[in-house]
Design a protein around this ligand. Structure first.
Ligand code: FAD
Ligand code: NAI
Length: 471
């Protein structure tokens, strides 16, 4: 085995958390190595998560729109055909462009990129099984664990990525299934249900809770998007638990039970997507060998400065606490390097936006009504529907609304919840407002260009402390 010079920082994992930390540390003048075993950089997000899923969401939406939403716009098309192989190629092109881009950025910032699987040899040394064969080891004054997450399996139903799939199989199916069952109506479930239903599959989503959208989505918003998705052809069984699965027959069978104790039922599909959450990934890392601890959910335990109990070993991203989101991993990556280099850093966990990229999109930041109710915090709400927004009307895309929640005394914004075609972009304004402690009146008195969807944001702010003009 060879050994390279000692680094200021050795990063295990080249996902969003790891590669962003590597670039930032390079920019700060640290000597950095980043170890990644996948063969490409960018982790779950770039390779099998955010990016490929959004490519499929975008292009399946175009296909569906051309088929079902073009004639009344004055666009008549001839024979519309799906070329699934080409759709997948377009996806792969986006992925490879971005992962190569990240590799270039590491090089540009002087980061040594080691292709292989890392494991702790001791508190300062990482052994690496190289992808090309052989081994090496690298020493670091500081070590960063950024090994991400993996799908939570469904007990008794083994994922083969063909008939029983995780999101990784769901972004790579070779043909459109006739019947698809989705276990879990969280973000992955709903995004992938949208893709395959638009492409022609009959999709049923089975969700244990009474609301879809996973944890954090405002209840009113969740109900509203469920109605919209149902109209698009997705079937829902909420308040229903999948108890067991069986893939020995020609179809995959799921036993489901009403969460409230109704009659058990058997559902059948050609393909079953398991989307019941993700769990931290630390396999083969050798955490035990240096005495590092995980909590009951497998998350690496850290303090507020991302330090494990061995202070020069820190940890960020999906493998530790907080929402499993790429932009959260990115914020933490910058903050952890600042802690290492300067001794201080900052992430505002109350201000991390969430976006579900269905059509229309759902986006939110801050607190939901049910969270505030539960905490006994008083609030007032202002809403503005896109059906009253001139741009949405012009675009003939009027479903959805902006909902703002503010403190009744100080008018400070506590949460913003949007359903709308552009919600994922619009939420940036809400996030900025929250980050700066804006009041709804601050937003209402800010000039917004006309005609834009963002005017709905301004009018919702007006409705929060006074009255909207156009509704
Ligand atoms: P990861 O991206 O999982 O990266 C960890 C990396 O570490 C992996 O590449 C892994 O190979 C490597 N690794 C692990 N162990 C070792 C080892 N011992 N040695 C070397 N390398 C190792 N988030 C969003 O914000 N927006 C979205 O739209 C979005 N869409 C998603 C869609 C899907 C289908 C999925 C599954 C996730 C999505 N996410 C999205 C979540 C997002 O992908 C994650 O939050 C993000 O990737 C977390 O980054 P990370 O660096 O912590 O972990
Ligand atoms: P999730 O936690 O969002 O949703 C899982 C859902 O499955 C929950 O609603 C849960 O009640 C349900 N469930 C669990 N067991 C069940 C059972 N036996 N029967 C029926 N329902 C059951 O997890 P998901 O969708 O797998 O996503 C994982 C992570 O990936 C999320 O935390 C999310 O942050 C991230 N992600 C983010 C995206 C985005 O930002 N657009 C896109 C995709 C993933």
């Amino acid at each position: 085995a060879t050994e390279s010079e000692e680094k200021d920082l050795v990063i295990i994992g080249g996902g969003v958390a790891g590669y962003v930390a590597a670039i930032k540390a390079g920019q700060e003048g640290l000597k950095v190595a980043c170890i990644e075993k996948r063969g490409t950089l960018g982790g779950t997000c770039l390779n099998v998560g955010c990016i490929p899923s959004k490519s499929l969401l975008n292009n399946s939406h175009l296909y569906h729109q051309i088929l079902h939403d073009s004639k009344h716009r004055g666009i008549e098309v001839g024979d519309v055909k799906l070329n699934l192989a080409q759709l997948m190629k377009a996806k792969e092109q986006s992925v490879s462009g971005l992962t190569k881009g990240v590799e270039f950025l590491l090089k540009k910032n002087g980061v040594e990129y080691i292709k292989g699987a890392g494991a702790f040899a001791d508190e300062h040394t990482i052994n690496v099984k190289l992808n090309d064969g052989g081994e090496t080891s690298v020493k670091g004054k500081n070590i960063l664990i950024a090994t991400g997450s993996e799908v939570t399996p469904f007990p008794g139903l083994e994922i083969d990525e063909k008939r029983v799939i995780s999101s990784t199989g769901a972004i790579a199916l070779e043909k459109v299934p006739e019947k698809m069952l989705v276990i879990g109506g969280g973000i992955i479930g709903l995004e992938m249900a949208s893709v395959w239903s638009r492409l022609g599959a009959q999709v049923t989503v089975i969700e244990f809770l009474d609301q879809i959208g996973g944890p954090g989505m405002d209840l009113e918003v969740a109900k509203s998007i469920q109605k919209i998705l149902k109209k698009q052809g997705i079937n829902f069984k909420t308040g229903t638990k999948v108890v067991s699965g069986d893939k020995t027959g020609e179809t995959v069978k799921l036993e489901v039970d009403s969460a409230k104790g109704g009659k058990p039922e058997t559902l059948e599909g050609d393909v079953v997507l398991v989307a019941i959450g993700r769990r931290p990934y630390t396999e083969g890392l050798g955490l035990e060998s240096i005495g590092l601890e995980k909590d009951e959910r497998g998350r690496v335990i850290i303090d507020s400065e991302y330090r494990t109990k061995i202070p020069h070993i820190r940890c960020v991203g999906d493998v530790t606490f907080g929402p499993m989101l790429a932009h959260k991993a990115e914020e933490e990556a910058v903050a952890v390097v600042e802690y290492i280099k300067k001794g201080y850093g900052h992430v505002n966990y109350g201000c991390i936006p969430s976006v579900m990229y269905t059509f229309p999109e759902v986006a939110w930041v801050g607190q939901s009504e049910q969270e505030l109710k539960k905490a006994g915090v008083p609030y007032r709400v202002g809403t503005f529907p896109f059906s009253a927004n001139s741009r949405a009307k012009t675009n003939l895309d009027t479903e959805g609304m902006v909902k703002m929640i503010a403190d009744p005394e100080t008018d400070r914004i506590l949460g913003v919840h949007i359903i709308g075609p552009n919600a994922g972009e619009m939420i940036a304004e809400g996030t900025l407002a929250l980050e700066y402690g804006a009041s709804s009146e601050d937003i209402a008195r800010t000039c917004h260009a006309h005609p834009t969807l963002a005017e709905a944001f301004k009018e919702a702010a007006m409705a929060t402390h006074s009255k909207a003009i156009h509704f």
